[in-house]
Design a protein around this ligand. Structure first.
Ligand code: CMC
Length: 372
């Protein structure tokens, strides 16, 4: 019998949110190429597009940003819980805990379907929670959000205490927009499955965060950084990569279930980094390693069509703006929450509980006659 693991090729829902064309290398958000949006628009504009189906007018955008800023402050009960956690707690576990705390609240608000106000509140708060716990882990005082700054610039500001260079905010915005939505990936699917039982927003988001945490999904960029640091120089690339592949190991930042050509998000980030950091020797090494790795993957895994994925150049972006490695997956999360919640709204609008089947391959009792 053919393997049924991994739901490969199974269609789990219809969606108006994103087209992920893995054969031709296109990523489309509600009718727009994601890479065009990433280079031109703000995080808030693209979130509005995914949630509401069209880009905001200037007036809508202004009102939306005002609403957004209102939700940035950490509620007192959440702060009390965050302060109880060990300072060294791993960030994705902290986020899962924080979302859970936010979801314990108000009995007056119906738990189902998910309310947009709660979605916006969770999205607006994630960067503040990350910055709060990060600074606490470093023994630093928290920095209050700056209402004058947009979502991404404010995130960097709350981490460092300095208004970021506009080029840093721009490149991070581009990455976060490209990471915002990606069809029925593992974390989105996990959230939709939970919501389909008519469970609440917080439970669905906790499931998504749990899926995102794994190294095969959201945990890859920090592994890419380690890999490039270990390789160290162009001269050592081939020998290092061969050794890993010969030992049956996976190269982080390569391969994708859907893309059987270069991931368009990686292409866009490489292009952006070429404009910003063409002189950076580490980026130069990354471009070289990509080229050698793709050749070797073709040699060691012929026919599997393994190319670079978004996480490879996400690592380059985050390194260029000096974001600590421990914040790579949390940063991916503060972006992907937009895609998750857009999917939750879509799931709620046409809900039917997910209930796939399994094939029993175990023993049968003698009382039941063998079936073909
Ligand atoms: N390095 C070496 N070999 C690989 C890799 C890789 N990165 N990815 C897949 N393969 C091989 C795998 O060993 C298998 O070989 P064989 O047929 O000989 O057993 C074959 O390719 C097919 O692999 P698979 O596990 O069936 O592929 P999948 O579709 O289940 O996995 C993946 C997709 C992304 C989990 C996988 O490519 C991988 O582990 N990549 C490294 C981790 C990574 O970069 N993750 C970030 C993904 S992009 C972010 C996102 O969209 O979530």
């Amino acid at each position: 019998m053919a393997s049924v693991t991994g739901l490969d090729g199974v269609v789990a829902a219809e969606t108006e949110l994103a087209l992920v064309d893995g054969q031709n290398g296109y990523l489309v958000y509600r009718g727009y190429e994601a890479k065009e949006l990433a280079l031109k628009l703000s995080f808030e504009e693209v979130a509005f597009l995914l949630w509401h189906g069209e880009l905001p007018s200037p007036e809508e955008l202004e009102a939306f940003k005002t609403q957004w800023v209102v939700h940035r402050a950490i509620p007192a009960e959440l702060k009390a819980v965050l302060d109880l956690l060990p300072k060294e707690s791993e960030m994705m576990s902290v986020l899962r805990t924080a979302i859970s705390v936010l979801g314990t609240g108000n009995q007056q608000v119906p738990a189902w379907p998910p309310q947009f106000d709660r979605i916006l509140a969770n999205t607006a708060l994630l960067p503040t929670i990350i910055a709060y716990h990060y600074r606490r882990s470093q023994g630093l005082q928290p920095i209050e959000p700056d209402p004058q700054l947009d979502h991404v610039a404010n995130y960097l500001y709350m981490l460092t205490g300095s208004v970021p260079q506009s080029v840093h905010a721009k490149v991070l915005t581009a990455y976060l927009i490209l990471a915002m939505e990606h069809g029925m990936n593992a974390s989105t699917f996990a959230g939709r499955v939970v919501l389909s039982t008519q469970s609440d927003l917080a439970s669905a988001l906790c499931a998504s965060i749990g899926a995102m945490k794994g190294p095969l999904h959201g945990g890859a960029p920090s592994e890419v950084l380690h890999m490039l640091d270990e390789i160290g120089s162009k001269e050592q690339s081939e020998a290092w990569l061969r050794k890993e592949l010969a030992a049956g190991k996976r190269l982080m930042g390569f391969g994708h279930r859907i893309y059987k050509t270069s991931d368009p998000r990686a292409e866009a980030l490489r292009q952006l980094m070429q404009e910003l950091a063409s002189e950076d020797p580490w980026f130069d090494l990354a471009v070289h390693v990509e080229k050698v790795a793709v050749e070797l993957l073709n040699e060691y895994k012929p026919g599997r069509k393994l190319y670079v994925n978004v996480e490879f150049y996400a690592a380059a972006v985050m390194r260029a703006i000096a974001l600590p490695t421990s914040l790579f997956t949390p940063s991916f999360t503060l972006s992907r929450i937009v895609g998750w919640t857009a999917h939750l709204l879509e799931q709620a609008s046409c809900n039917r509980i997910f209930r796939p089947q399994s094939v029993y391959i175990g023993e049968l009792p003698t009382s039941i006659p063998n079936r073909p």
